[in-house]
Design a protein around this ligand. Sequence first.
Ligand code: SAH
Length: 245
Amino acid sequence: MSNKVWLVGAGPGDPELLTLKAVRALGEADVVMIDDLVNPIILEHCPQARVIAVGKRGGCRSTPQDFIQRLMLRYARQGKCVVRLKGGDPCIFGRGTEEYNWLLAHGITAEIVNGITAGLAGATNCAIPLTLRGVARGVSLVTAHTQDGSSLNWQGLADSGTTLVVYMGVAKLADIRQQLIDAGMRAEMPVAMIENASLPEQREQRSTLTKLLDDAREFKLKSPAILIIGEVVSESAAQLDRLTA
Ligand code: SAH
């Protein structure tokens, strides 16, 4: 009887990027509820558990949030140890805290376990430093996708001097490009598109703000993908050129 819910970040896809704590929680689980962006290979760490798929991909058949939460609650109240596996980090565009607070409010012990978020994994895998001395003093993780149709502060982002990492942006490329150009970002600003970060199917394409739409079309960019927008994208390649010149 462990009566606990672990909200676990499964990382970006590469099973070796799981944390030891995630592996421990999986090993203790009676029930594992798995999102669709999670690599099912990691279920090898919980052969004893009952596995329930509770995907919520945009536009596809989806499991309502309310149903997922009630299911976690039901199993926890039965005395089961529940692991809720989420892609990347549970608290980066992942509703981790929302579920955590809801469980606590219902008297259930919960714990959140970090995962490596897709944006950081993709950048590092492609040797793009999201922060770089003299080039970028910070990073903004943003989503172009909103439920209420509200807009990001593109002007603020364009002026921030930070690298932008865009999640859920594949269907919004035209809007992202236009908003940043309208906000005064230079048209030649380098962009990296990284699809399936950290998985064997990972693909990467470098482009610029101006050419983003054409390059994405030619590359046949598909979700899940992140965009990295900023000088750091070309700076790492330039550094290598200088070193090998
Ligand atoms: N909690 C997750 C993000 C969920 S939102 C995390 O921390 O990574 C879903 C979005 O994440 C996708 O639309 C895509 O933009 C991004 N994403 C998730 N996995 C990815 C992967 N392996 N490669 C590239 N992008 C990914």
